[in-house]
Write a protein that binds this ligand. Structure first.
Ligand code: FAD
Length: 396
């Protein structure tokens, strides 16, 4: 059987590309090396936060992705929900940034609401009063339990007879042959499609490494922790804090961002790219993170696979300055990896040939922006166009 589109990699990018191709009535082959999803897509926070994205196309893709998630919500049984995102300022200067961002949101018709310190404390009594200098709330933003979302999304996709899902299938080569694309697997199977789309995440040394491992491509290692269930504590939606306000690109557009005083913190917070985010799961446990260590993609031997205890301790120390919890017992810690294209486009979108295309290097924004980005990518492929980022529109 010949497919219209073969997709290599079934993380968030590949899976949402498959969803869009099915919606367009195409026959789709979706392959992943993992028997179940194991990449960045199931190791993340599941914060769907357009509010943090750089203003322009990325924020817009995030907002469009929210509506795709909203349509999917009834079909994935509780794995996606809407409780908004709340940013908490830890200094008066960060609170000023939140006010400026709220004005930007109003100008672009993106709903946000400024919160006084008292309103923040009412919403989340576990916040430390001395940390909180005000908040900004985005009611329309969503969260995902990624480890539940992906198996449910794979089942949903494979319930469509037009899709063939092949988990546990490593693709070792893709080439154009006799007017179509031949996909060769590690068990020497040969599969055929009109076009192929590679969404390989951080596994850049397998297919087209000469293109993916370019000088401005980095691999990023992140560490995360999960607490035991914390009875009596409610943290609705996504909780983002002072270090996130400083890190997230959206806030770079605020007039006072360039004069924001440096935080008085151990320099290792900067060295390990630590900013503090929290998200509570349905069982009451809290995901706490995260750190960012960068490695050059063209030297895969440079990456390390260890969970560093010193980084975990730094994150927990700052977490304790933000929240007052009845206990700080952790049940697990893990790391995740993504590839991040540091060039102007902030993602690697490339048509390798007329029929073979690559999307990777989306960095830390794949859950938030991936669904709409891949809708766009698939529509471009089906129109026979080379891949590009959509142009900027207004958010409304
Ligand atoms: C710890 C952490 C926290 C994060 N938090 C957030 C967040 O809160 N919000 C947000 O928006 N983003 C977040 N991100 C980023 C987000 O998770 C990623 O941007 C996104 O998951 C990348 O998706 P992907 O499909 O490109 O990659 P992946 O999920 O890694 O999927 C790639 C897939 O390709 C498969 N593959 C690769 N090569 C082959 C091959 N040759 N043959 C067959 N299969 C192959 C792999 O098996 C893998 O399943 C976070 C990431 C991490 C690591």
């Amino acid at each position: 059987m010949k497919f219209d589109l073969a997709i290599v990699g079934a993380g968030v990018l590949g899976s949402f590309a498959a969803l869009e191709a099915l919606r367009k009535g195409k026959r789709v082959l979706l392959l992943d090396a993992g028997v179940i999803a194991r990449g960045a897509t199931v190791r993340n926070f599941g914060q769907l936060v357009p509010s943090g994205m750089a203003l322009g196309p990325w924020r817009e893709l995030g907002i469009r992705s929210l509506s795709i998630y909203r349509q999917l919500q009834p079909m994935v049984g509780g794995a996606i929900w809407q409780q908004g995102s709340t940013y908490i300022a830890s200094t008066p200067e960060e609170a000023m940034l939140l006010e400026e961002m709220h004005a930007i949101d109003c100008a672009h018709n993106y709903r946000s609401q400024l919160l006084t310190p008292n309103q923040c404390m009412e919403k989340m009594p576990a916040l430390r009063a001395e940390y909180c200098h005000g908040g900004l709330y985005y009611p329309d933003e969503m969260s995902a339990e990624s480890g539940q979302l992906m198996p449910r999304l794979w089942s949903l996709l494979s319930a469509n007879p037009a899709l063939t899902l092949r988990p546990g299938t490593l693709v070792r080569d893709i080439r154009e042959r006799d007017g179509s694309v031949e996909i060769l697997t590690s068990s020497n199977e040969s599969l055929r499609a009109d076009q192929a789309l590679i969404c390989c995440g951080h596994l850049l040394n397998q297919l087209y490494p000469d293109i993916t491992q370019h000088d401005q491509m980095k691999l990023c290692k992140l560490q995360m922790l999960r607490s035991e269930s914390v009875p009596g504590i409610r943290l609705p939606g996504n909780l983002l804090t002072g270090l996130s306000i400083r890190r997230y690109e959206a806030f770079h557009s605020c007039p006072s961002y360039p004069v924001l005083p440096q935080p008085v913190l151990d320099p290792r917070y900067g060295e390990f790219g630590i900013h503090m985010l929290f998200r509570q799961s349905a069982d009451g446990s809290i995901i706490i993170g995260d750190s960012h260590e960068y490695f050059p993609a063209n030297d895969v031997t440079s990456i390390d696979y260890e969970v560093r205890e010193d980084i975990n301790q730094l994150m927990l120390e700052e977490a304790r300055n933000i929240l007052k919890l009845p206990h700080w017992r952790m049940t697990s810690c893990w790391n995740g990896y993504y590839s991040q294209d540091m060039s102007g486009q902030k993602v690697l979108l490339r048509s390798v040939s007329e029929k073979i295309h690559l999307v990777t290097g989306i960095g830390g924004k794949g859950m938030t922006t991936g669904p709409a980005l891949m809708q766009n990518v698939v529509q471009q492929l089906l129109r026979g166009e080379a891949l590009t980022l959509p142009r900027e529109h207004s958010y409304a």
